[in-house]
Write a protein that binds this ligand. Structure first.
Ligand code: ATP
Ligand code: MG
Length: 423
C-alpha cells in the first residue's frame, strides 16, 4: 500500500519550486534593501508562548494548534505564526537591550484549519518585524516596502486596507460598547460569537461566517473610540502613505486574528484567489514584548502567505525564469562519455551559472537527443567517435532551425559564452 499524505500539507514539486524560489529571492532582496536582517528560528516552541501572545480566546489557540508532549512531558506546539517566536528570540538572546532590530524570517507554519484553496495546515510565511520602533514612520515604511515588492513581482489586483485599534485603554471602552451592541442582538449571533461575547468580543468582528456579516456591519467602530495619541499616529501614517503615493482604504472593521495587536493594523487583499483573499497581514504590537517578559518595546510587523503569493503571481500571469538546463551533453560510447565529463566540468568552471545535464545511463544518439529535447535545454553538445577523432564537438540548437555547428573542443567555452541564453 502506498503511503498516505497528510491532508492540508503539500509537497512543492520541482516546477513549482522554481516559482517559489524566484518569489522568495525577490521578497528577500526587497526586504534586505530596507535594512532587515535574517533570523532563523525553531519550528517548535513551548505551547505557553503562543497562549500568552496570540491569546487564549482566538481561533488559533482554541482549535488550530498542533500541540504535543515530548518524551520529557514538555508541552510543545508547532508554530502557527512567527511573531511569538521572534519576540521570544529577541528576549532570550538579549537582542532588545537598548537596541532596535529589523528582522525577517521565513518558513513553515502549522494550523489545524479546514483545508481548501489558499488555506492549508502546513503553509509558509515570509515574516518581517521591526522591534523597538514606535512609528508611525516605520508603519508606513513597512507598507511601502510591500508596495515595492508587488511592483517588482508585477502583481496587480492587491488592495490595501488599514485601521487603528488604538491604545489598550481606548480598546477597553470600545470593547464595552461592542458587548452592549452584540448583547442586544444576541439572538442573531452564532455559537462562536456568543462564546466570544464575554471573553473576546473584538474577535466577533473577524468572524468568517457569512451569516454574521450583517450584524457585524452594524457594530460600532473602533475609530470612533481612538485615544488622541493613536488618532494622531493613524493620521500621520495616512499622511506618509499619501505622500508616498500608496493607495489604501480605511476599513474600520479590520481587526486581526491574534490578540496582541494595537494601533496600526493592515491587510493586503486580492480578489484573484476566491475567499482566501488576505495575502499579507500585519500590525503593531506594542505590548507584546513586555507581556512576554521583556522590557517595554514598541514593535510592528507583517506576515505574507507564500502559497497565496504564488497563487496571485500565477493569476497575474507571472512566470519565473526557467531553470531548465542550458546545455545537454549527448555522449555516445565510453570514450565520448569520459570526454563528456571533462567537457561538462570545463563549462561549469568557465561559465558562471551555467546549467548542464550530461546524458547518464547510455543510449543511442537518437535516444539521447530525445532526452536532450525533453530536458528543455536550449542546446545539445554532441560527442561521438567522429567528433573525438577531430577534437571537436557538435553544437546543436534545440529550439530553433539553425544548423548544427562544429566547434573545436578548446573553443567550446568561448563559443557557448556567446549564446544568448548565457550571454
Ligand atoms: P485568514 O484571515 O485568511 O485566516 P489570518 O488573519 O489568519 O488569515 P495571519 O495569521 O495574519 O492570517 O497570517 C498572515 C498571512 O498568512 C495571511 O495573510 C495569509 O496570507 C497567510 N495564511 C494564514 N493562514 C493560512 C493558511 N491556513 N494557509 C495558507 N496561508 C495562510
Ligand atoms: Mg486565519
Amino acid at each position: 500500500m502506498s503511503p498516505k499524505q497528510i491532508r492540508g500539507m503539500n509537497d512543492v514539486l520541482p516546477d513549482a519550486a522554481v516559482t517559489w524560489r524566484h518569489l522568495e529571492s525577490i521578497v528577500r532582496d526587497v526586504v534586505e534593501s530596507y535594512g532587515y536582517r535574517e533570523i532563523r528560528l525553531p519550528v517548535v516552541e513551548y505551547t505557553d508562548l503562543f497562549k500568552r501572545s496570540i491569546g487564549e480566546v482566538t481561533d488559533i489557540v482554541e482549535k488550530e494548534m498542533y500541540t504535543f508532549q515530548d518524551r520529557n512531558g514538555e508541552n510543545l506546539t508547532l508554530r502557527p505564526e512567527a511573531t511569538a517566536g521572534m519576540v521570544r528570540a529577541g528576549i532570550t538572546n538579549g537582542l532588545l537591550h537598548n537596541q532596535r532590530q529589523k528582522l525577517w524570517t521565513a518558513g513553515p507554519m502549522f494550523r489545524y484549519e479546514r483545508p481548501q484553496k489558499g488555506r492549508y495546515r502546513q503553509f509558509h510565511q515570509f515574516d518581517v518585524e521591526a522591534l523597538g520602533y514606535a512609528g508611525p514612520d516605520v508603519d508606513a515604511e513597512l507598507i511601502i516596502m510591500c508596495a515595492r515588492m508587488w511592483a517588482r513581482l508585477g502583481l496587480s489586483r492587491l488592495d490595501l486596507e488599514i485601521n487603528s485599534l488604538g491604545s489598550d485603554t481606548a480598546r477597553q471602552d470600545y470593547r464595552a460598547e461592542l458587548v452592549r451592541y452584540f448583547s442586544a442582538v444576541k439572538n442573531r449571533l452564532d455559537d462562536d460569537s456568543i462564546r466570544r461575547l464575554d471573553q473576546n468580543p473584538l474577535r466577533i468582528l473577524d468572524s468568517k461566517n457569512p451569516e454574521m456579516q450583517e450584524v457585524v456591519a452594524g457594530a460600532p467602530v473602533m475609530l470612533d473610540f481612538l485615544d488622541p495619541e493613536s488618532a494622531e499616529h493613524f493620521s500621520e501614517l495616512q499622511r506618509l502613505l499619501d505622500a508616498a503615493g500608496v493607495g489604501y482604504r480605511v476599513n474600520p472593521r479590520l481587526v486581526r486574528g491574534l490578540d496582541y495587536y494595537n494601533r496600526s493594523v493592515f491587510e493586503w487583499i486580492t480578489d484573484a484567489l476566491g475567499s482566501q483573499g488576505a495575502v499579507c497581514s500585519g500590525g503593531r504590537y506594542d505590548g507584546l514584548v513586555e507581556k512576554l517578559g521583556g522590557r517595554p518595546t514598541p514593535a510592528i510587523g507583517w506576515a505574507m502567505g507564500m502559497e497565496r503569493l504564488v497563487g496571485l503571481y500565477e493569476a497575474c500571469g507571472g512566470r519565473a525564469p526557467a531553470a531548465d538546463p542550458h546545455v545537454f551533453i549527448v555522449a555516445a560510447g565510453q570514450a565520448a562519455l569520459a570526454a563528456g565529463f571533462g567537457l561538462a566540468e570545463q563549462l561549469r568552471d568557465g561559465i558562471a551559472g551555467i546549467r548542464i545535464e550530461l546524458n547518464l545511463g547510455g543510449g543511442s544518439f537518437k535516444a539521447q537527443l530525445k532526452r536532450a529535447d525533453k530536458s528543455g535545454a536550449a542546446y545539445a553538445l554532441v560527442l561521438g567517435e567522429a567528433e573525438l577523432a577531430q577534437r571537436t564537438v557538435g553544437l546543436k540548437p534545440l529550439r530553433s532551425d539553425a544548423d548544427q555547428e562544429n566547434v573545436a573542443m578548446d573553443k567550446v567555452v568561448a563559443r557557448l559564452a556567446k549564446v544568448p541564453e548565457l550571454a
